[in-house]
Design a protein. Structure first.
Length: 114
């Protein structure tokens, strides 16, 4: 925010975020996960002028439009190249490599829906 960098906040629905957290951290209760989601998003509201918001489906299905909003808001010219099967495969491969390094490949912390 202080650096003035173009920032995108990707928001998941509370149910999707909580379900993902409960799989990754089974010791967390659903109620505390919902409370955390609410708290986190309330904190972000104070900074809402510093970022562009997109839902996860919007990011996946209409990436170009999301980048256009970023470019408009921050007066940038970020490329809005569409996802191609090759780019998707490269991204998934990079995410899985990172997952193996950081989480030793633990299935309950998978970076990709399974």
């Amino acid at each position: 925010m202080r650096l003035g960098l173009p920032t995108l906040l990707v928001v998941r629905t509370p149910d999707d975020a909580v379900c993902s957290l409960l799989v990754a951290a089974p010791h967390v209760t659903a109620m505390s996960a919902y409370r955390e989601w609410i708290h986190h998003h309330r904190e972000l509201m104070a900074m809402r002028d510093a970022f562009v918001v997109a839902s996860l489906p919007e990011l996946i299905d209409d990436f170009g439009r999301v980048v256009q909003r970023l470019n408009h808001r921050f007066r940038t010219s970020l490329p809005a190249d569409p996802w191609t099967p090759d780019k998707l495969a490269d991204t998934r491969q990079a995410m899985e490599a990172h997952h193996r390094i950081v989480h030793a490949g633990a299935p309950h912390t998978a970076p990709w829906p399974s």
